[in-house]
Design a protein around this ligand. Structure first.
Ligand SMILES: *[C@@H]1O[C@H](CO)[C@@H](O)[C@H](O)[C@H]1NC(C)=O
Ligand SMILES: *[C@@H]1O[C@H](CO)[C@@H](O)[C@H](O)[C@H]1NC(C)=O
Ligand SMILES: *[C@@H]1O[C@H](CO)[C@@H](O)[C@H](O)[C@H]1NC(C)=O
Length: 461
């Protein structure tokens, strides 16, 4: 019914490619007073979306063939914005051919370098442009606790942090919707589930319909949703049901930028327009004490996993390895007196199989503990895949190779392992959820992922 050709939107080129619920959910301690400063075709190192008519571009290959005409002189704000984006795309495009592994741009905080970046120079250029230009408008409609609110503890902490950081609005936020490059839909799927779902029910109509009603209100009161059919709008959720929830509004599912932990391509996750959100299980809401680990020589265990039998991949893993091998230590529950944190830090590789959904908090736990993550999943797009080359600091094991995990890991040379260990320490910063966002950390990198996807669409009035 909704016809893609009617969208006044052209594809452009580009780029780089439960929990206790408290109603005052995000009680984060903001310890630092220095809280600084946040379609056409989309970036993609993956498949391009079905509806993209133009060749998708990415950070590695560069930007190609984009609309070079400059619609500047109009007083119309969206035209001005688009005119600036033409220049931004050009700047990123020019940064691509430098294949030096070190960014050539100056930066007082951090200069991306190393093979972990698909293209360090293009990424850095894009990041700097984002800091100069990106503006987010947060819709004010909707009441707490379902809207403008999220939980900053527990397995859903990344959803809560994104919502609360955007609400606080120290970074990237604008109060003038005409100045915005993207529009945030501030509903929390975790909160909708908590308040509207009848325990045990399989259907989620109350949740999906609430979101549909919300989009209806937004599209009637403001002109921005209809203008792009959602393509410059985003939502964020770490709940397993977020993909289903968004399916109640076809344009939300198919056009909008969905920032999801459940980045399962078999559930409609489209890496060229959606953003993979890491899952970070923060028991206390704080990261204090979680980041850092011993050197490689103090890691006697080859591989480690502890977790319940959730889903078929874990079933295969536990069946094959549970308490059977002293090198590959796999537990359904840890022996008494053994600490999970300690195990992460004594291991060289940490197994991160999907559970009931594709994402696993173990990926970030491993990165924080400086243990090399071993991703075991089907159809999972890891976070920041458009910027980072996961193969250089993680291991991916196909589900069918679970029986060969030990052979696969043993075949990684000591030199290669040491390289990966060094790299994991370097990319760690991109996953750290600082109490107050710092440049290049989790929050800024998620915003950068959204920025990249916005660069891949052109909006017309
Ligand atoms: C790569 O960048 C480094 C650091 O800026 C510089 O010293 C080196 O000469 C560059 N190499 C090439 C091939 O451009
Ligand atoms: C957007 O489109 C919807 C459905 O066609 C319509 O009901 C609504 O009034 C439109 N909004 C605006 C601001 O024109
Ligand atoms: C990914 O989605 C497909 C389709 O819904 C589902 O069958 C599969 O179990 C999902 N993967 C995980 C790990 O949940």
């Amino acid at each position: 019914m909704w016809d893609f050709h009617r969208r006044r939107l052209t594809t452009i080129l580009i780029l780089l490619p439960l929990v206790l619920i408290s109603v005052i959910a995000c009680k984060f301690s903001f310890s630092s007073p220095l809280a600084s400063g946040k379609k056409s075709s989309v970036s993609s190192f993956f498949d391009s979306g079905k509806y993209q008519s133009e060749k998708p571009l990415n950070l590695v290959e560069g930007v190609d063939d984009f609309h070079a005409q400059n619609p500047a002189s109009s007083p119309n704000s969206v035209k001005k914005i688009e005119a600036r984006l033409v220049k931004v795309r050009q700047a990123i495009k020019e940064a691509v051919p430098n294949r030096n592994m070190t960014s050539l741009h100056e930066d007082p905080d951090y200069v991306p370098r190393g093979p972990m970046y698909r293209n360090a120079n293009a990424f850095h250029r894009s990041y700097l442009e984002m800091e100069k230009l990106f503006k987010i408008y947060v819709y004010k409609e909707g009441d707490r606790p379902l809207f403008h609110n999220g939980i900053c503890k527990s397995i859903y902490s990344t959803e809560g942090r994104l919502i609360s950081e955007l609400e606080k609005g120290t970074l990237y936020k604008t109060e003038d919707p005409d100045e915005a490059l993207v529009y945030f839909l501030p509903f929390s799927v975790v909160m909708l589930v908590e308040y509207l779902h009848i325990p045990g029910a399989r259907e989620i109509h109350a949740i999906g319909n609430t979101v549909a009603d919300y989009i209806k209100v937004i599209s009637q009161k403001h002109r921005f949703w209809n203008r792009s059919q959602g393509a410059d709008h985003f939502m964020a959720s770490c709940h397993d049901w977020a993909p289903r929830t968004t399916s109640y509004v076809p344009n939300l599912f198919n056009n909008a930028i969905r920032v999801l932990c459940n980045a399962n391509t078999s559930e409609g996750f489209n890496p060229s327009k959606d953003v993979s959100l890491p899952e970070i299980n923060l028991l206390t809401g704080e990261i204090t004490g979680l980041v850092g680990g011993p050197s490689p020589s103090k890691r006697p265990i080859l591989a480690f996993f502890a977790g319940r039998l959730h889903g078929h991949i874990r079933y295969l893993l536990l069946e094959q390895w549970k308490e059977k091998d002293s090198d590959v230590q796999v537990y359904e529950s840890l022996p008494k007196g053994v600490s999970y944190q300690t195990m992460l830090r004594r291991s060289r590789f940490c197994l991160c199989p999907s559970g009931y959904e594709v994402a696993s908090p173990r990926v970030v736990e491993a990165i924080y503990s400086e243990c090399i993550p071993v991703l075991i999943s089907d159809g999972y797009i890891p976070p920041l895949s458009d910027v980072l080359n996961w193969k250089t600091f993680s291991v991916q094991v196909d589900v069918k190779d679970i029986a060969n995990i030990k052979t696969i890991l043993m075949s990684i040379s000591q030199r290669q392992y040491l390289r990966m260990h060094r790299r994991i320490k370097q990319v760690q910063r991109h996953f750290v959820m600082n109490p107050s966002p710092k440049r290049f950390d989790f929050f800024h990198m998620m915003i950068h992922s959204i920025w990249l996807r916005r660069l891949n669409v052109r909006i017309e009035d």
